[in-house]
Design a protein around this ligand. Structure first.
Ligand code: FPP
Length: 252
């Protein structure tokens, strides 16, 4: 069953696949502030944030965006109070359990990025099961960045490449941008065309580092629990107004 998007309110938005971002990456921020403003506990913000995840995944799928990465938990988020960390782990677990049927029906493949070994065994298990169950889905890929850090990703890529050099599998002059890309956890995806960060913070916060070289950045004051279909469409419309030059010049 297709969901209906409020496309009439965005007449400038083109659904031409050549003009849509192939990969949208999102830093979902502001759950805590959303809750505080309503006199609620932070976890209520995360709970509402899960509804935004569903709405944005469905909208992106409906629009025809092939890759979506959601920065759900950073390598540094382990430093949060254990009650909040535990709540988030249970929330991710519940999300995967309750969404798996819907993901299958929509042809959505789930990938996991990050140091998933650090996740609680129960979550790791259902994550691995979901990745396996959805691996042949072709309509869209949703990558969940869990315990992910951009620097850690680069460091791990450097280690892999160094090991390959030590083993004599490659020489140092074969190390190029493509070789680094292949060693990153995002090897299976194109670089993001569009990065969205909610809640008014103007930082990358150790998300994708190598991968963002030519990504268009979109910052919005909207807090993640309020970020739904319309906000995604606004971000895509803004993206389509940008002129991407990749370091070159515009002809004419
Ligand atoms: C940042 O807001 C948000 C997080 C660290 C957690 C993100 C988790 C969700 C959106 C829940 C659902 C996710 C999935 C994948 C099902 P914050 O808590 O730092 O907000 P604040 O800056 O206002 O305190």
């Amino acid at each position: 069953m297709a969901i209906s998007l409020p496309l009439n309110d965005f007449p400038q938005l083109s659904r031409d696949p050549a003009r849509l971002p192939r990969h949208v990456a999102i830093v979902m921020d502001g759950n805590g502030r959303w809750a505080r403003r309503r006199g609620l506990g932070r976890n209520e913000g995360h709970r509402r944030g899960k509804d935004s995840v569903r709405a944005v995944v469905e909208a992106a799928r409906e629009l025809g965006i092939p890759y979506l990465t959601l920065f759900a938990f950073s390598a540094e988020n382990w430093a949060r109070p254990s009650t909040e960390v535990d709540f988030l782990m249970r929330l991710f677990h519940r999300y995967l359990l309750t969404e798996s049927k819907r993901l299958m029906k929509r042809g959505i493949r789930i990938l996991a990025l990050g140091d998933t070994e650090r996740l609680p065994p129960r979550l790791r298990h259902v994550l691995a099961e979901t990745v396996e169950a959805t691996r042949d889905n072709r309509d869209m890929t949703v990558a969940l960045a869990l315990s992910y850090g951009g620097r850690q990703d680069v460091v791990s890529a450097v280690r892999k490449i160094a090991s390959a050099v030590v083993a004599g599998e490659i020489s140092t002059d074969q190390i190029d941008s493509a070789a680094v890309e292949r060693a990153l956890t995002t090897a299976a995806m194109p670089d993001p065309d569009l990065l969205i960060r909610t809640s008014g913070e103007l930082r990358i916060s150790n998300f994708f580092l190598f991968q963002l070289a030519y990504t268009e950045l979109y910052f919005t004051d909207t807090l993640w629990p309020d970020f739904r279909e319309r906000e995604l469409l606004s971000a895509i419309a803004a993206f389509q107004m940008r002129e991407r030059r990749f370091g070159g010049v515009t002809p004419g």
